[in-house]
Ligand binder design. Structure first.
Ligand code: TPP
Ligand code: SF4
Ligand code: MG
Length: 347
């Protein structure tokens, strides 16, 4: 059958690509897995923001979540690292070519269990990266053991109850220095889509923890990472609107109950505070509110913290503008004279 002219699939974005140009391989994850919905949202966000897939490097560790970069943006660069070790590979890639947009996809096990050491050091550097945790509270790929983000009291299908407190990756990220921190739910299409578009406009570390139910091992009664639990308990703290730099900003906003953040590329992120006295630009407030959420067992979502003023790791290192990976040998190798001087100093 002939395709319908101007169907959404044929609509092109501002760089002339269609949504099909952002596709990856066919997913091999379970039908209904939250990770598949996140892939869809990522694909849509990069398409709408008009980011060329070739400008993106997708990085991941090991897990069902870490497999998912294969299922979107097949024309992008991609690196599947060792379990829990994606942050160091991502840091190297982002420093070697600062023109690439780094997108890290991890799981709760990959990040908060085996990878926690690498994660905390990534968060304190403000490296330009969008770091997404597809958080299902279990190790899906190895058949559903509890991960370190499982809530206390959460129950496995086998009846085992988790008695340990969870690691809150958002709390850690805010405390350690990430400059854009939020939590969403794979089933909350609008919220996740808006957050991702704003994340693309940010220059610094974006840490998004996305609750992403594992339909095979952790979607039952007694799980706090199931579709039903999230549908019944999700409590947004902020409501985000995003106006990209290439769109006209005409929407009025109420300065009392909203905050307008101008992003690095001139886009606008408008955060409506659903709790009047909450300020998403106040780091201490974010830490306090996230800790309160634990005390009261709330499934809090939204953008908890944003700061567009901090220098990124690239700026802190004062790198030359050209990607290091593209500098010719003459510019990266010290000449004979410089080497001789160093040798003389060592004598
Ligand atoms: C060094 C190492 N230890 C353990 C494993 C086994 N392993 C593979 S995936 C995984 C956990 C994945 O969990 P998560 O990151 O939450 O991803 P999910 O599958 O839930 O999306 C583990 C423990 C491994 N591959 N490598
Ligand atoms: S096992 Fe769970 S996490 Fe892995 S693909 Fe299936 S539903 Fe998704
Ligand atoms: Mg997991």
């Amino acid at each position: 059958m002939a395709s319908v002219p101007n169907s959404p699939r044929e609509r092109s974005n501002r760089i002339g690509l269609t949504v099909l140009d952002y596709r990856g391989s066919k997913t091999t994850l379970c039908a209904g897995c939250g990770h598949n919905a996140i892939s869809e949202r990522i694909l849509d966000a990069f398409f709408e923001m008009g980011v060329a897939p070739e400008r993106v490097i997708k990085l991941s560790g090991i897990g069902c979540s870490s497999k998912s970069p294969a299922y979107f943006m097949g024309r992008s660069h991609s690196f599947n690292a060792v379990h829990g070790r994606m942050p160091s590979v991502a840091t190297g890639a982002a420093l070697a070519n600062q023109r690439l947009l780094a997108l890290g996809i991890s799981g709760d096990g990959d990040t908060a269990s085996i990878g926690i050491g690498q994660f905390v050091h990534l968060m304190r550097r403000n490296l330009p990266i969008i770091y997404i945790i597809e958080n299902n509270g279990v190790y899906g790929l190895t058949k559903g053991q509890f991960s370190a983000t499982a809530d206390r009291g959460s129950k496995l299908k086998s009846g085992v109850i988790n008695t340990l407190p969870p690691v809150d990756t958002c709390l850690l990220a805010v405390e350690l220095g990430a400059t854009f921190v939020g939590r969403s739910f794979s089933g909350d299409k609008k919220q996740l889509h808006t957050m991702l578009k704003a994340a693309i406009a940010h220059r610094g570390t974006v840490m998004l923890d996305v609750i992403s139910p594992c339909v095979t091992f952790n979607d039952h009664e007694g799980s706090t990472k199931s579709y039903k639990f999230m549908k019944d308990h999700e409590e947004p703290l902020t409501d985000a609107d995003f106006v990209p730099s290439f769109e006209d900003i005409s929407v009025e906003y109420d300065a009392g109950s909203s905050i307008d953040v101008t992003m690095h590329d001139g886009s606008h992120l408008r955060l409506r505070k659903l709790e009047e006295d909450y300020d998403p630009t106040d780091r201490v407030a974010a830490v306090r509110r996230l800790m309160q959420a634990h005390e009261s067992n709330e499934a809090l979502t939204g953008i908890f913290y944003v700061d567009t003023e901090q220098p990124s790791f690239i700026e802190m290192l004062n790198l030359v503008d050209e990607p290091l990976a593209m500098l010719p040998q003459e510019r990266v190798r010290p000449g004979r004279e410089t080497l001789q001087k160093i040798m003389d100093e060592l004598r």
